[in-house]
Ligand binder design. Structure first.
Ligand code: SDX
Length: 429
């Protein structure tokens, strides 16, 4: 941190505020004492210019389209590693040695089963319940089963809860899918890797042997890596805020799942595919581009734009490559949806509205096409995002809990409501 400072003049008050520098990225102005010194709050709805915390986990450069996890570029992690290696890196801060990786994989693999009583939760839902609603309910309920890892002051319990969350999310997600399609649950198999195990739990049936396609398993694993963490996005900020009150990690992750569900956030992958389906053919694209530009039309191009990336989302490039691999493997390379997506992207990247507003495809633009080709219904897309993002949420939650400066998050407001006034009896209203 440097001894730089910023001066703020407010009326007849002049205050000096400390400026802190990180390893890379923008400086921050420490306004912690601003209210005490000036009686004024800062105002930043949507937090476009606000750093909510100090973190060592993920760095994003929106202008350059850079995404680093503990300093390692997402392109290299997606190319050379696997999802559990990225989980280890996010949780512990360093890439694992071969021995550490083996031990971590073993520990995660041996936490993949859920308490058998959890199956009762699913029968309480309608079969057509949205799987994200099921995930919110079931993940929140995990704290009803795992009392021995809810004491957040105990580092061992924090790590057990983290492992349990990473290990059990695929099982719960697969159960949500199986319940949705009316098929029996499939138990995890310890001889399968993380992504293969998930695909097996989703698509195996008791009647026949299910062979996991290694190309699809690699693609699934890479999709998990691309969604693992993303700095202080809306759902991660939700998890941090929930955790700042001392809530148990399962409840905090359930809060993150609820936030991710929104179409402006993780729900965009489902919305993007629904949009591509609605457009239907290349010749209808201009109509939708016009709607996206029309200020009186709430329609937006789902899968485009980002609060931070004002250049191409680096994950979208890798996602696009994975999409082509999966569609080729499955013989869908002429998928009309892909044709619409590629033409829509080509037009949007040359249209002055999108160029001027720096609206590029984000990770959600191509993920839906890939997941649909792999056999998932659109209602499962955000569930898969939540599955992958769980490690980011839990790593950020742990960092917050371990931060000595940590306090309960409690923002203030600009009040524009009625001034103080006296009660009026109903007879006089
Ligand atoms: C994710 O934060 C994260 O890191 C999220 C995420 C992660 O990994 O956690 O990356 C995952 O959520 C990706 C984003 C998925 N959402 C979508 O694809 C939904 C469509 N995109 C938009 O809703 C929007 O771009 C947001 C929500 C992503 C960003 O919104 P901002 O930063 O608040 O930007 P904005 O809404 O103020 O838009 C700026 C301008 C506006 O025009 P003006 O009012 O300035 O004239 O761009 C326009 C918007 O109208 N605009 C779009 C648009 N997105 C923004 N116009 C058409 N189509 C779009 N998609």
């Amino acid at each position: 941190m440097t001894d730089k400072s910023a001066n703020l003049v407010l009326g007849n008050k002049s205050v000096e505020l400390a400026v802190k520098s990180g390893t890379i990225g923008p400086d921050v102005i420490d306004i912690g004492s601003l209210y005490k010194q000036t009686g004024a709050f800062t105002y930043d709805p949507g937090f476009t210019s606000t750093a909510s915390c100090e973190s060592k986990i993920t760095y994003i450069d929106g202008e350059e389209g850079v995404l680093l996890h503990r300093g390692y570029p997402i392109e290299q992690l997606a190319e050379h590693g696997d999802f559990l290696e990225t989980c280890y890196l996010l949780l512990y801060g360093e890439l694992p040695t071969a021995a550490q990786k083996k031990d971590f994989d073993y520990r995660v693999t041996h936490h993949t089963m859920v308490h058998e009583q959890m199956t009762r939760f699913f029968t309480g839902f309608r079969r057509d319940a949205h799987p994200m609603a099921v995930m919110c309910g079931c993940v929140g309920a995990l704290s009803a089963f795992y009392h021995d890892s809810t004491d957040i002051t105990d580092p061992h319990q924090r790590m057990v809860a983290s492992l349990r969350m990473i290990a059990k999310m695929p099982t719960i997600a697969a159960m949500a899918y199986k319940y949705h399609v009316g098929q029996p649950f499939v138990y995890p198999k310890n001889d399968l890797d993380y992504a293969s195990n998930f695909l097996h739990m989703c698509f195996a049936v008791p009647c026949e042997e299910y062979k996991v396609n290694p190309v699809l398993a690699r693609a699934m694993d890479r999709i998990f890596i691309l969604h693992a963490d993303h700095e202080q996005n809306a759902s991660t900020s939700t998890v941090r805020l929930a955790g700042s009150s001392g809530a148990n990690p399962f409840a905090c992750i359930a809060a993150g799942i609820a936030c991710l569900w929104g179409p402006a956030h993780g729900g965009a992958n489902e919305a993007a595919l629904n949009m591509l389906t609605e457009i239907g053919s290349v010749d209808r694209i201009p109509e939708y581009i016009a709607r996206a530009k029309d200020k009186n039309d709430p329609f937006r191009l789902m899968g485009f734009g980002h609060r931070v990336y004002k250049n191409y989302d680096p994950r979208a490039k890798i996602m696009q490559k994975t999409t082509h691999e999966v569609l080729s493997e499955l013989g869908h390379k002429d998928d009309p949806m892909l044709q619409v997506a590629m033409e829509l992207e080509r037009i949007a990247l040359t249209d002055e509205y999108f160029v001027e507003k720096k609206l590029y495809p984000n990770i959600d633009f191509y993920s839906g096409i890939t997941l649909k080709a792999m056999g998932f219904p659109t209602t499962m897309f955000t569930v898969l995002f939540a599955l992958a993002r769980t490690v980011g949420w839990i790593a950020q939650w742990a960092e917050m809990v371990e931060d000595p400066q940590q306090r309960i998050g409690r923002p203030r407001q600009l009040y524009t409501g009625a001034p103080k006034r006296d009660y009026v009896p109903v007879s006089k209203r």
